[in-house]
Design a protein around this ligand. Sequence first.
Ligand code: BES
Ligand code: ZN
Length: 465
Amino acid sequence: MSGRELPLEGCISARETALVDGLKRWVAIPSISTDPARTADVIASAEFLHDYAISCGLSRAEIWETEGHPAVFAERTEDPALPTVLVYGHHDVQPVDPLEEWEAAPFQALERDGKLLGRGTADDKGHILMHLEAIRGILDARGRLPVNIKLIAEGEEEDGSEHFEELVVRHRDRLAADVVVISDTGMLAEDLPGLTVGLRGMAYWEVTVTTSSTDLHSGVYGGAVLNPIAVLAELLAGLHDGMGHITVPGFYDRVRELTSDERAELAAVPFDESGFLRDVGATAGGEGGYSVMERRTIRPTLELCGIWGGYQGPGAKTVIPARASAKLSSRLVPDQLADDITRLVGEHLRRAAPPGAEVDFSLIHDGRWVLTPSRHPAVDAAAAALTKVWGRETVFIREGGSIPPVATLADQLGAPCVLLGVGLPDDRIHAPNERVVLNQLFKGMQAVGLLWDRYAELGRSGLRG
Ligand code: BES
Ligand code: ZN
């Protein structure tokens, strides 16, 4: 591009249609990382992103293989003296069951009322394209970027990021950056710009209770033997007391209580508690003595995520199964350690089971909680960018969800992490009818455009904080 520069804002908004079209095409690739039958689709998704990044003006893109699903790396270096920003996202998506609850096919994105409905629209493909189309807009306006940009999009975030640490260690030099911007989070409301400064960690387990060596006729044996479903149900029901506190001894030992100032700060965030529940038809539950906001962000949980055992087919089958199973998980908060909690919960379940009931407890995956550095220039600049675009003061929020790769990136790269996402609580991520509010993505493009300029102003030394 030569001559006069075009206005940045206009060149970025000119990318809106392309973003929506690109997202529709990408959503059509069902990159479900947890489903072995979708392995080829996760690869196709990586290839799609690789080509998309190049088409947006990144000068180099590579597919990075792992022992699991591939990640995509792309970069554009303008000048080594400029700050380098690493953007993190994930190109895999969650499964789509229950399929019958979708209002449209999950992989044929449907545009309706300013939203795009489809698996991965919000979590996280929309966020990645928000960045890529913003880059294209900036290049259209100026022919160059104000910072060096790198993008890392992993392919198994939704499946526990098992190979991410190894990937980051292997490519540490290529990933080196002055700041990492993670775009896989949200805000509390469309009219309330929010920047996430904390995420919970997690540990996910499966438990199986076995009470006999074979299924048993419920008339011949019933009433005279342990029933694994009953044992499991009692074990699970006993994990919380009547006040919603977790009963596992030691579970809360390392929980960092908030100071009253911190609690007041959290309470001051405008948050429509009843609307939050009403939007999804839910009823408040959980730990007594804490607000809904606290329960979902700064308190640890132990949730039951799935349960099965015995006959599930049509009609009746008079049998006592040999075993019953459940999936459960904890969201962890500072300073809980996933290894400790896994040990405590496993020991507790084994101890609480009656003699003759064998408890098999295994970890599926875990990840650390995150607190980003507060009052850091990189974080402040992101808040300022959101404030400018949304026209309202940005609030700092803590999120209940988990993004284990964030701790990995922070540790391995030693760079500050900024959690800049434009999702909304009602995006229905992981659930039927996931959607993204397109205007959030459009404003997000403007915000990152401003942010890169601010990072350039701060320079590499100013970004160090
Ligand atoms: N984007 C989410 C995390 C998230 C959700 C952040 C809501 C902020 C608000 C991410 O893709 C995700 O779902 N993570 C998993 C991690 C797990 C599979 C280890 C989660 O939180 O369940
Ligand atoms: Zn997710």
